[in-house]
Design a protein around this ligand. Structure first.
Ligand SMILES: [Fe+2]
Length: 205
């Protein structure tokens, strides 16, 4: 590509920054941070694996629509990051958190784990089996996440959203974001045999 940079159409620059500007500028947009919120578990549950639909010792599975929640964690240069700890926490199918401050705690689904943790593989991939979170007052549906690099230096707390939710427009956290930053917090959804696949990639920097 020998096109001089100052003659290149703007659209082309946006479409292929790595090609035109070289590796030093080949940065991908960082995933925006979002507030932790009040419901990070006060005590990590005994079963804290990546399958939130099944709780050890509990015969019944979680209620709700199954959601495979997965993605790749990358650094700001776009390279996948292995060994990243990914934690998620979310409401159950009725919008109730595994947290003593949730006013409806006594009615929560005990078949739902509420929190899960995993580590990215060598390709930077993580995957959870969970459900679509139910609505609770004042928010649009979302999954809380915290991603921490293996050396602990990169640590992002954020929230992942469902692009088709009508409540997104009124959500107090989403509506203050630019369209570009909002888009970075949206999952990509596709149907599966028993529910949905939600893809959510993360860039730490
Ligand atoms: Fe929340």
């Amino acid at each position: 590509m020998s096109l001089p940079l100052h003659f290149a159409p703007r659209r082309l620059i946006l479409a292929a920054p790595a090609l035109l500007l070289g590796p030093a500028a080949a940065q991908v947009p960082l995933t925006p941070a979002q507030m932790e919120g009040p419901y990070f578990p006060r005590a990590i549950p005994a079963d804290a694996d990546a399958d939130l639909m099944r709780v050890a010792g509990q015969p019944r599975m979680a209620r709700g629509q199954p959601l495979r929640f997965e993605g790749v964690v990358r650094g700001r240069d776009g390279a996948p990051l292995a060994g990243v700890r990914v934690q998620i926490w979310q409401a159950d199918a009725d919008g109730i958190y595994l947290h003593p401050a949730d006013p409806r705690l006594s009615a929560r689904d005990t078949g739902f784990q509420g929190y899960g943790s995993t580590i990215t593989d060598n390709a930077g991939r993580y995957a959870f089996r969970t459900i679509r979170p139910g609505l609770y007052p004042g928010r649009t549906p979302h999954i809380h996440m915290r991603t921490t690099s293996a050396d602990g230096r990169l640590d992002l707390t954020t929230q992942a959203y469902f692009p088709e939710s009508p409540q997104n427009e009124r959500d107090f956290l989403l509506r203050n974001l630019s369209a570009e930053r909002r888009a970075l917090l949206m999952m990509t959804l596709s149907p599966t045999d028993d529910g949905q696949l939600a893809r959510f990639d993360i860039v730490l920097g």
